[in-house]
Design a protein around this ligand. Structure first.
Ligand SMILES: Nc1nc2c(ncn2[C@@H]2O[C@H](COP(=O)(O)OP(=O)(O)OP(=O)(O)O)[C@@H](O)[C@H]2O)c(=O)[nH]1
Ligand SMILES: Nc1ncnc2c1ncn2[C@@H]1O[C@H](COP(=O)(O)OP(=O)(O)O)[C@@H](O)[C@H]1O
Length: 410
C-alpha cells in the first residue's frame, strides 16, 4: 500500500489528550454560547467564555409538585456543592433592582410573578459573579413550558434536571406539617424533620398555602404544566421518587448531578477486563469485541503468538515459557505496545485482558500512554471459579474455551 493510500496513523496520544481534557465538550459549549449570544466580536467573547471556565459548575433545576421536597433538596444540594439557590422568593427580594421591585408588586397582588418578568430576573441573577463561578440551582423554575422555552432562548441551559414525584395524597397530607424557620429560611416538618433545638422549634412558623385545598389546587396546576415542560429536556432529567426519606432522595439527586452526561465526543473504547483466573475475561472480551467491533487483545495469546512466529521478541520469550517462568514485564510491555500501536487498535479501540496482573504492570501500561477509558472487574465467588476452571475445556485447534458442564448439556 503506498503512502498516499495508507490509513493516516493517528498517534494514540491525540484522542487520549482530547478525552482527558474534555476538548470536544469545551468546544461544543463555546459553540453553543456563540450561537445563542451571536456576539458582534466573537473572538473576545470566546476568550471571555474560556476564561470563565464554568462549563462544569452546577447548573441544576429541581422540579416537582408542591411538598415533594424541591426546596429541601435544592437547599441541601446548594450547601453540598457550594452553589447558589434561586427561588422565586429570593429573586424578587433582590435589592436595588427595578425588575425585582416590579416583580414584588405583582407577587403581593397575585402571589405569582409574570413568566417573562421572572425569566428576566433569572437572567439578571445568573450574570452575577457568584453564579458564574459557582453555578446555580433553580428551585421550582421553570413553572411552565413558555418559561422553559424563554429560558432556553436566553442561553440558560441546565446540565441536570431533577424531577421529584410522589402520590398527590401523600403530598397533600405532608404539606400540612410544613414549618419554616423565619430566621434561616430552613424548612422542617412536624413529623419527618423536626429540629432538636427547642429554640428553633419555638420560632418555627406555619407557611401560607399548605392547606389541603390550596395544595390540591397547586397540584392540578403542576400536573397540567409538567407534562409540557419535560419533553424540552429529553436527555438531562432524572425522576426521583419523593415518597421516601429526604436523605435518600438527596443522595440519589446528588449522585445524579455529579455524573457527566455522555457527550457526542468521538470516543474510542479502550476497555480493560480484570478478574481472577476463570472469571470469564476471555469470554466477555470475545463478546465485547464482537458487539462493538473492538480488537480483542489477550496478553497471554500475544506472547504465545510471538513464540510461535519465532519473532525477535518470541525468541526472547521462549526460554521463559520452557522454564515455566514469568516473562519479564518490560518484554511483555514491548509485545503489548507493538500490538496496541497498530492502526486497527487505534482506530477501532481494544478490549485488553490478561494484563496488567499487578500494580507495577498497571503503572507500565499507564506510562506507555495506553490508558483504558473503561475498566471492569469481574468478581466471581471462589467456588464458582474452582468449578469453572476444573470444567474448562480448550479446543487445541482453535484455542476456544468451553465449559464441560455446558457442553454436556448441549
Ligand atoms: N457459568 C459461567 N461460566 C463462565 C462464564 N464466563 C466464562 N465461563 C466459563 O468459565 C471458564 C473460564 O472462562 P474464561 O473466559 O476462560 O475465564 P478467564 O478469566 O479468561 O480465565 P483466564 O484467562 O485463565 O484468567 C470457561 O470454561 C468458560 O466457559 C459465565 O459467565 N458463567
Ligand atoms: N422525602 C420527604 N419525606 C418527608 N417529608 C419531606 C420530604 N421532603 C420534604 N419533606 C417535608 O415536606 C414539606 C415540604 O417540603 P419542601 O421542600 O418545601 O417541598 P416543595 O419545595 O417541593 O414544596 C417540608 O415540611 C419538608 O420538611
Amino acid at each position: 500500500m503506498d503512502a498516499t493510500t495508507a490509513p493516516h496513523r493517528i498517534p494514540p496520544e491525540m484522542p487520549q489528550y482530547g478525552e482527558a481534557n474534555h476538548i470536544f465538550e469545551m468546544m461544543q459549549n463555546m459553540l453553543e454560547q456563540l450561537l445563542i449570544y451571536r456576539p458582534e466580536e466573537p473572538i473576545p467573547f470566546m476568550i471571555d467564555h474560556l476564561q470563565q471556565n464554568n462549563d462544569n459548575v452546577p447548573k441544576i433545576v429541581v422540579l416537582g409538585p408542591p411538598a415533594a421536597g424541591k426546596t429541601t433538596i435544592a437547599i441541601w444540594l446548594c450547601k453540598h456543592l457550594n452553589s447558589n439557590l434561586l427561588t422565586t422568593e429570593n429573586l424578587i427580594a433582590k435589592e436595588f433592582s427595578s425588575l425585582a421591585a416590579g416583580a414584588r408588586g405583582h407577587y403581593q397582588k397575585a402571589k405569582s410573578v409574570p413568566g417573562t418578568l421572572l425569566v428576566r430576573l433569572i437572567q439578571e441573577r445568573l450574570r452575577e459573579d457568584d453564579c458564574v463561578k459557582r453555578g446555580w440551582i433553580l428551585d421550582g423554575i421553570p413553572e411552565t413550558r413558555e418559561q422553559a422555552l424563554t429560558i432556553q432562548t436566553l442561553g440558560i441551559i441546565p446540565r441536570h434536571i431533577i424531577v421529584l414525584s410522589a402520590p398527590d395524597t401523600v403530598l397533600i397530607e405532608r404539606n400540612l406539617g410544613k414549618r419554616i424557620d423565619p430566621q434561616t429560611g430552613e424548612i422542617y416538618h412536624t413529623t419527618f424533620d423536626w429540629p432538636p433545638e427547642s429554640e428553633i422549634q419555638n420560632r418555627l412558623v406555619v407557611p401560607t398555602g399548605i392547606l389541603e385545598l390550596e395544595t390540591a389546587q397547586k397540584l392540578l396546576e403542576y400536573h397540567r404544566n409538567i407534562v409540557r415542560i419535560l419533553p424540552l429536556y429529553p436527555k438531562i432529567l432524572k425522576v426521583i421518587s419523593a415518597d421516601q426519606p429526604c436523605v435518600d432522595v438527596f443522595y440519589q439527586a446528588l449522585t445524579y448531578v455529579q455524573t457527566n452526561h455522555r457527550s457526542n465526543a468521538p470516543f474510542t473504547p479502550r476497555v480493560l477486563l480484570c478478574g481472577p483466573v476463570g472469571s470469564g475475561k476471555s469470554l466477555q472480551a470475545a463478546l465485547l469485541a464482537q458487539k462493538y467491533r473492538l480488537v480483542n487483545v489477550c496478553c497471554g495469546q500475544l506472547l504465545k503468538e510471538a513464540v510461535a512466529d519465532k519473532s525477535a521478541y518470541g525468541k526472547v520469550i521462549q526460554p521463559f515459557f520452557e522454564k515455566e517462568m514469568a516473562v519479564p514485564d518490560n518484554i511483555v510491555m514491548k509485545v503489548l505496545c507493538q500490538r496496541l500501536n497498530q492502526p486497527d487498535c487505534i482506530q477501532k479501540g481494544w478490549v485488553l485482558h490478561g494484563f496488567p496482573r499487578d500494580l507495577d504492570q498497571a503503572r507500565l501500561l499507564d506510562r506507555a500512554d495506553h490508558r483504558p477509558n473503561r475498566v471492569f472487574f469481574l468478581n466471581v465467588p471462589l467456588d464458582s471459579i474452582i468449578e469453572r476452571v476444573t470444567l474448562r475445556r480448550t479446543d487445541p485447534v482453535t484455542g476456544e474455551r468451553y465449559n464441560a458442564r455446558l457442553l454436556a448439556g448441549a
